[in-house]
Design a protein around this ligand. Structure first.
Ligand code: IMP
Length: 199
């Protein structure tokens, strides 16, 4: 298969994508020399991922993969959801966003603290075909900030099976069970099938 552009500026994501999709030649937007900004105005993670992948594939004429992810907290009507990056303002430090959520969840009992990270991935081909996958990791909103790894909402996302927040897991441990890791592995299967069909 030809090169695949992965539409993100996030270096951590690119590293993860390259390691999971090691059978494919994945390049970043930077490596492809693209600076296009796509407005994420979809109502769902899938809509945003498809929009990004399609627009960039259209401009570059290359196979393009894009993702969209976020945190859904059931007690907060699935907020921050697709607005996870923009919640309380794009430039607000996560320590503030996380403390605000902990405050909103104060005195909320364990059984009502359910939450999940969601990740949608779309791959758009120059002929207009689009493949999509979506995966989640289920957890609970913790009672305090814990852990130094990861990013974003990881320090308040507690995974009961591990007895830890995702910020306390090593990158490998997190990739194995995470929304993004699982959605990428599903996408890898779809791409492998696609490649087999084209031979
Ligand atoms: P995007 O997918 O890059 O648009 O960003 C989604 C936002 O969701 C991030 O900026 C984080 O706030 C949040 N998010 C998505 N995945 C994770 C994760 O694995 N850990 C912590 N926060 C995440």
């Amino acid at each position: 298969m030809e090169q695949i552009i992965f539409a993100t500026k996030n270096k951590g994501k690119i590293k993860e994508v390259k390691s999971i999709l090691h059978d494919f030649e994945v390049i970043s937007m930077e490596e492809a020399g693209i600076t296009l900004e796509v407005i994420e105005d979809g109502k769902t993670f899938i809509e945003n991922a498809v929009k990004k992948a399609k627009e960039i594939s259209k401009v570059t004429g290359k196979i393009t993969m894009a993702d969209d992810s976020g945190l859904e907290i059931d007690f907060l009507d699935k907020k921050p959801g697709v607005y996870s990056a923009r919640y309380l303002g794009e430039n607000t430090p996560y320590i503030e966003k996380n403390n605000h959520i902990l405050h909103l969840m104060e005195n909320v009992p364990e059984q009502k603290r359910s939450a999940r990270f969601v990740c949608a991935i779309a791959t758009a081909f120059p002929n207009g075909k689009v493949l999509t996958t979506q995966s989640t990791i289920e957890g609970l909103i913790a009672h305090e900030i814990k852990g130094e790894n990861g990013f974003g909402y990881d320090p308040i996302f507690f995974v009961p099976e591990k007895g830890k927040t995702t910020a306390e897991l090593s990158p490998e441990e997190k990739n194995n069970i995470s929304h993004r890791g699982k959605a990428l592995k599903k996408m890898k299967e779809l791409l492998t099938k696609e490649e087999e069909m084209s031979h």
